[in-house]
Design a protein around this ligand. Structure first.
Ligand code: PGA
Length: 263
């Protein structure tokens, strides 16, 4: 075979491989297991073991978020699992009783951190301004923030969700900044832990809205997840939403049967 023809075949093959990798990376759904403070250390170990035994797949990126107290132990026991912290503090090393320092995440290879979860907002009075600072702190330290936003039930009922989310985003992100990888989790507050979820068409509508307004900001990579009462009976339908990059799952993710869904 003439060498020019061989070159064309080789180049086409490489282009094909490159495009396939790009497609699979873009289609990969992020699945975040938020174990909150449901589990003790041995239960967290057992679930981490279940995660570690799943065959590797290009379909899902599995990230476990155990209680912060166990994160480092679990990471050293299951180094191949990906872990996220459930929070981090603005006040780091030094005279800062009770703080979780960002350097502890960095040095222990915890590459993700949930920021602004509604339970942290309500239990610890966390504001959008604090969330903005924590997001910046994470990015500055090469940790991907999983930034949570979502509307309370009265806003949902009065059909003001979009305006509410736009304001949250506007307070957390600056138009003048260039952000590296950010994961945005849309979690309607009335859906978290209640068994209630928006209709698929409503989630889709919000996804389209978020995609549109996020274009006003500079993200090198932005993923949009849904969270709130995701479980084994609705996961398939939710993940079938094409614009959705994944899910953030609370109580259902503490069950091995749910985790095994992602085999
Ligand atoms: P849930 O929690 O799945 O138990 O509703 C979701 C979350 O709080 O992230």
């Amino acid at each position: 075979m003439p060498s020019a023809a061989l070159n064309i075949i080789t180049i086409s093959f490489l282009v094909f491989i490159f495009i396939s990798i790009l497609i699979s990376v873009n289609l990969m759904k992020y699945i975040i297991f938020n174990w909150k403070s449901y589990l003790n250390i041995s239960e967290s170990m057992n679930l981490s073991k279940v995660v570690s035994k799943l065959p590797s797949t290009k379909k899902y990126k599995l990230i476990s978020s155990p209680n912060n107290f166990y994160n480092l132990t679990l990471k050293s026991r299951y180094p191949k699992n990906i872990y996220a912290a459930q929070n981090v503090d603005l006040h780091g090393k030094g005279a800062s009783t009770g703080s979780i320092d960002i350097q502890d995440l960095v040095s222990n290879k915890i590459k993700f951190c949930i920021i602004g979860h509604s339970e942290v907002r309500s239990n610890f009075g966390e504001t959008d301004l604090i969330i903005q600072k924590k997001t910046d702190l994470c990015l500055h330290n090469k940790i991907t923030p999983i930034v949570c936003i979502g509307e309370p039930v009265d806003i949902y009922k009065s059909k003001k969700t979009k305006n509410y989310l736009k304001k949250q985003i506007n307070k957390i992100f600056k138009k003048s900044n260039i952000y590296n990888e950010v994961i945005l989790a849309y979690e309607p507050l009335w859906s978290i832990g209640t068994g209630l979820t928006p209709k698929m068409s409503e989630i889709n509508d919000i996804l389209q809205f978020l995609t549109k307004i996020l274009k006003n900001y500079s993200f090198k990579k932005i993923k949009i997840l849904y969270g709130g009462s995701v479980n084994l009976s609705n996961i398939k339908e939710i993940l079938s939403l094409q614009k959705l990059d994944g899910v953030l799952v609370g109580s259902a993710s503490t069950k091995p049967s749910f985790i095994k869904y992602f085999r």
